[in-house]
Write a protein of this length. Structure first.
Length: 99
């Protein structure tokens, strides 16, 4: 993948560690119940804005001259994290959360 040809954006925001500490401190001080979640295959559920093509994986017969168009992101795709952030952001807004 080459920047400007195959992808244009890779940035995906992350929470600042100090912000996480403040939230955890407030939760501990008020004895709030805390829960944590990890979506193992989150990146695989992100929608791609642009068309992305890949070579057919090795071992697939009669596919030498073919390419696959990706419907969703795959691991190793440069824009996968950014695409996931946009997808989950849209889901949160659609469920009444505010940005």
């Amino acid at each position: 993948q080459k920047y400007g040809i195959d992808f244009f954006e890779t940035y995906s925001p992350v929470a600042n560690m100090n912000s996480i500490r403040v939230v955890l401190s407030v939760c501990a001080a008020y004895e709030y119940r805390m829960e944590q979640l990890d979506a193992d295959t989150a990146l695989l559920n992100s929608e791609l804005k642009d068309r992305v093509y890949m070579e057919v994986p090795f071992g697939i017969e009669n596919a030498r001259d073919y390419q696959c168009q990706l419907n969703k992101a795959i691991y190793g795709l440069k824009q996968a994290a950014s695409a996931w952030n946009k997808t989950i952001h849209r889901v949160f807004l659609g469920n009444g959360f505010k940005s």
